[in-house]
Write a protein that binds this ligand. Structure first.
Ligand code: CA
Length: 292
């Protein structure tokens, strides 16, 4: 008898249950509508998604994009040097933007591969990928800087031969090597300026370009009117955005020695002595033959 009573459901209770079920259905559907990806953020990061705001030109830049909800969203990431104003058409510093589709609440993606250009930049998240910056939907990252990788260099120079004579050999080959200071790695494709010191200033000899292993070579036609003496030869690399300035000098052993030439008078005297010697030898042999 007790069971019969509990089996009965009053009309009021039935209505209440129906209302509750209906409300539940409405709230679930409302929840699914509001669950689309929203509230995005963009962070400049490394490949693991950790925030990074300083880069070298040899690095790559990644972006960590986070959002709430679920579903998917097409996006573009622009690299810019100036924060865009509202409603402005977006233009990428690199020439083209990076596009992607976000399908989860967090994504780390490469947006700029090495080599990077030096400067200060921002990333713009174009949420919905329409190419127009809208401050209400799009996001701008904090700024990040890119600086050049620089290497210290060493430069060597020597002359072969180390002596020239204005009445004989008047060419010397200037050779050397441009390398990294902390390794024996040659630096290729760099211009080396060569000059010699005349006692008061350096005078240009010419320039040569380093080969794949950092070696350069230049044949110098030594000016015939260069006064006798020992000349220091200098090699100079002016440096660039990647490699530091360096210079090298010949020393007493490798510097160029211009030897004193025989003057015309001295040469005549030498020829006269040699001639006298021949005459003397001839006479002696004649004397010997006559006594025999
Ligand atoms: Ca937009």
């Amino acid at each position: 008898m007790k069971g019969e009573k509990t089996m009965k459901t009053s009309p009021i209770r039935l209505v209440t249950i129906t209302i509750i079920v209906a409300m539940l259905i409405i709230s679930i559907s409302a929840l699914s509508v509001s669950a689309a990806l929203n509230n995005p953020t963009i962070t400049v990061s490394n490949s693991s998604g950790t925030t990074q705001n300083s880069y070298l030109t040899s690095d790559s830049v990644y972006a960590r994009i986070a959002a709430n909800g679920n579903g998917q969203k097409d996006i573009r990431v622009y690299v810019v040097t100036i924060v865009p104003s509202d409603g402005q058409a977006l233009s990428d510093f690199r020439g083209s933007y990076t596009s992607a589709t976000i399908t989860s609440t967090s994504k780390t993606m490469q947006v700029w591969a090495a080599p990077l250009g030096e400067g200060t930049y921002f990333l713009v998240l174009d949420w919905g990928a329409n190419g127009i910056y809208s401050s209400s939907t799009d996001k701008i990252s904090s700024s990040f800087s890119v600086t050049a990788v620089t290497f210290d260099t060493s430069l060597r120079v020597e002359c072969t031969p180390t002596a020239v004579d204005t009445s004989g050999v008047m060419q010397t080959t200037i050779t050397g090597c441009l390398t990294l200071s902390d390794a024996c790695t040659g630096v290729a494709g760099k211009t080396i300026s060569l000059s010699y010191y005349d006692g008061s200033q350096y005078n240009s000899i010419g320039s040569a370009t380093t080969s794949i292993n950092g070696i350069y070579s230049l044949v110098w036609n030594v000016p015939i009117d260069l006064p006798n003496g020992l000349y220091i030869v200098r090699a100079e690399f002016s440096g660039d955005s990647e490699y530091e300035f360096s210079e090298g000098f010949t020393n007493g052993d490798t510097g160029l020695l211009v030897l004193p030439e025989y003057s015309y008078g001295a040469l005549v005297a030498l020829v006269a002595c040699f001639g006298a010697l021949i005459v003397f030898k001839k006479r002696t042999s004649l004397q010997k033959s006559s006594t025999n």
